[in-house]
Write a protein that binds this ligand. Structure first.
Ligand code: COA
Length: 425
């Protein structure tokens, strides 16, 4: 591979260094471009911009490959626990048995949220979207656990965040249905604690369903990281200014909320419901995406990076079928989703544009089968993505020569004009 690239601008040739990743990905290093040529690059929406070097997650969008720290997503989804994947992403390696035990204990013992923070939940209207509550509560953790710059304190705050986010998520659900909060218990695992805080009621015994626990474990692992996506980029950008962990992750939660990103899982179910109520006329909705007069999109379809298939969607499609039948749930939306996928994938519009179901297409059907309400779906995505955000926040903070993220622009507004006094306008 050539070690540099040549750029010819206005007849003048400039050499630019080339960086090659461990999987052979090629990046033209333009960090000295402006100094050398006076020009900048223009890449709105960053589709061709590598914002950093990263050792966390590898994606090959053409071949449908996704690996966390070198491990294939299918193996992790099959064999790992979500806390193991958190350890892998954040610390760079799978935990040894004693490390796994210690990590699990720490994640459990830090699950309680400060009693004063419970009052915050009272302030939100019952109709508040749980993503707004999650973002606000995570930012608020900085008031209780101010950041001190030592490695130990930062690590403790990482554990606190991982442990408390699930409590905040479950409390925001309990608040929305007007039930009392269920506190975390130290004898339960991460997922058992979360499911108990979500679904137990004080007067009745509650036992976590193994099918639900295992499906949730898989879902969280599949969402745990996805390199430089919109919310992770947000976390890195906010962190690059020196913002603390909680503030940076809270910004990531907000970025995830949108329907083109994590909010798509909620939007998919809403779309499938509309199609069901409209007599399951799949073709009508596929055609609507093509109409010039409509900006309708098939939610849960398409991806900036995956152009053949999304490996997470393949795993989820298989598991949706299995989990629903194990739980004895007969959800008409699963059938609608599968038929819609069939119709769309046979349509030249989708074929030409390489539009395939993404992770959000089947995840909502699984969450529904577990009894998780639609407006909590994106919160579930956020719980899964948390270790990825944390790993990226740490990586960017510790990167040699890290600088504040500050893109430039090509200005297209008015050129200099003279001030016009009010009476002359
Ligand atoms: N339904 C119908 N058409 C779609 C589509 C969808 N879900 N996603 C993309 N397209 C079309 C676009 O209209 C565009 O068509 P054009 O070339 O005729 O203008 C073409 O496919 C390329 O899409 P584009 O919007 O440029 O891709 P992107 O990389 O900017 O966006 C997504 C990627 C994921 C935001 C986009 O595919 C989308 O909005 N999907 C639905 C939301 C979703 O599921 N998000 C979750 C992602 S994990």
């Amino acid at each position: 591979m050539t070690q540099n690239a040549k750029l010819v601008l206005e007849g003048k040739e400039t050499d630019l260094a080339v960086t090659v990743g461990t999987e052979g990905e090629v990046g033209i290093d333009i960090s000295a471009l402006r100094a050398k040529t006076g020009a900048i690059t223009l890449d709105p929406s960053f589709a061709n911009t590598g914002a950093c070097e990263s050792a966390i997650t590898y994606i090959d969008g053409e071949r449908g490959i996704l690996r966390y720290r070198g491990y294939d997503i299918a193996d992790l989804a099959e064999y790992a626990t979500f806390p193991e994947v958190c350890h892998l992403l954040i610390y760079g390696r799978l935990p040894t048995p004693p490390e796994r035990e210690e990590f699990r204990t720490r994640l459990t013992r830090h699950s309680l949220v400060h009693e004063d923070m419970k009052k915050f939940f009272e302030g939100f209207p019952q109709t508040a979207h749980p993503m707004g509550i999650l973002s606000a509560m995570i930012a608020s953790l900085s008031a209780y656990y101010p950041e001190d710059d030592t490695h130990e304190e930062i690590d403790l705050n990482i554990i606190r965040l991982l442990a408390k986010a699930k409590t905040i998520a479950a409390f925001s659900y309990k608040k929305s249905i007007g039930q009392p909060f269920i506190y975390p218990q130290n004898d339960l695992t991460y997922l058992e604690n979360f499911l108990t805080m979500m679904f137990a009621v004080p007067s009745e015994p509650y036992k976590v369903d193994e099918v639900v626990r295992s499906a949730l474990n898989k879902l969280l692992i599949l969402h745990a990281d996805h390199e430089q996506n919109c919310s992770t980029t947000t976390v890195r950008v906010v962190g690059s200014g020196g913002a603390n962990l909680f503030a940076s992750i809270s910004a990531g939660v907000s970025a995830l909320w949108g329907p083109l990103h994590g909010g798509a899982n909620q939007a998919v179910i809403e779309m499938l419901e509309v199609i069901r109520k409209d007599g399951s006329n799949y073709q009508k909705y596929v055609d609507l995406t093509k109409s010039k007069d409509s900006d309708f999109k098939l939610m849960g379809f398409g991806h900036r990076v995956y152009k053949n298939f999304d490996p997470r969607a393949l795993i989820l499609k298989q598991s949706a079928d299995q989990v629903l039948s194990n739980l004895g749930v007969d959800d008409p939306l699963l059938e609608i989703a599968m038929r819609l996928e069939e119709v769309a994938l046979a349509d030249p519009y989708f074929v030409e544009r390489k539009l395939y179901p993404n992770v959000d297409f089947y995840s909502g059907i699984l969450y529904r089968a577990m009894g998780i309400p639609t407006d909590m779906f994106t919160v579930m995505f956020a719980l899964g993505r948390l270790p990825g955000w944390i790993a990226h926040w740490l990586e960017q903070r510790n990167a040699p020569g890290a600088r504040i993220n500050r893109p430039r622009q090509i200005y297209t507004g008015e050129t200099a004009r003279e001030w016009v006094p009010l009476e002359d306008r």
